[in-house]
Design a protein around this ligand. Sequence first.
Ligand SMILES: Nc1ncnc2c1ncn2[C@@H]1O[C@H](COP(=O)(O)OP(=O)(O)OP(=O)(O)O)[C@@H](O)[C@H]1O
Ligand SMILES: [Mg+2]
Length: 292
Amino acid sequence: MNELAAQSEPVQTQQTSEKPVARVISIVNQKGGVGKTTSAINLAASLAHLGKKVILIDVDSQGNASSGLGVAKNEVEGTVFDVLVDRAPLAEILQPTPLETLKVAPANSDLLSAELHLGGQEDGKKRLSQAVIDFFAHAPHELHPEFIVIDCPPSLALLTINAILTSDSLLIPVQCEYYALEGLTDIMSSATLLRQSFNPSLSLEGILLTMADRRLNLSHQVETEIRQVYADFVFQNVIYRSVRLSEAPSHGLPILQYDPESSGAKAYLGVAEEIIQNEAKSPRPWPFRAAV
Ligand SMILES: Nc1ncnc2c1ncn2[C@@H]1O[C@H](COP(=O)(O)OP(=O)(O)OP(=O)(O)O)[C@@H](O)[C@H]1O
Ligand SMILES: [Mg+2]
């Protein structure tokens, strides 16, 4: 949990404080189709595979993280929308996935009206973080996750702000393409402002290079450029383009189960290992100050 949330944590959660509370990581980029959901599904699954208890919260009305883990998003009783409008606690909407230690809080098109519902409300930005705090206060200890991964929509509007306010860190997937560095500069400056306004203790989990192509010089150039600027903030593991990765969601499976020997499965597992190592370095810094 982030510092802001921890400050308002109810007393009863302190009793469980000998066990570390979850590390909350939001997968954010306002650009569409850069691999946010693919990364959210496969990182959550890889962390679970490595023995961690994980909850994936789907905060995108497209519900792709839910369906990609085999959840029939339009048939479930409750979704993240119900949690945000205080109709259900987080614990009640959790769905099982193909991995025993990974649960998903699903979303569907109901979430389209969330901005409308929450927009005018004073605590509209904090609904998700409050729901997570309540979860740790009231859900049985054995349900407490070690990691929460949040899949965000391609915008920096209210739903993403809810995610940022809940998070310890951001993971930013960047597609290896022309103008990737410019795009990354934009998202980093927006994220720096959001951090300053809403969650000053937020750290940068890392920049993840996605959809790289081993055969293209362009991919190598983009990787070199981004590593020159962001150095250690870029994950060592790179996600290459792979048909297997794009096929897996239609089977409702993470790549680790769809094709465990594939390069995509190994790369996401490698990123999950880097994330676990990052925890030891906590608190992770933030690369920039916001312009004043
Ligand atoms: N490494 C990859 N190789 C091949 N296809 C990929 C890879 N990563 C993602 N894709 C495919 O690219 C498309 C976009 O990916 P994804 O849905 O993960 O992006 P997103 O950032 O979540 O999109 P949105 O902004 O719409 O939520 C999907 O069809 C996905 O299967
Ligand atoms: Mg997505």
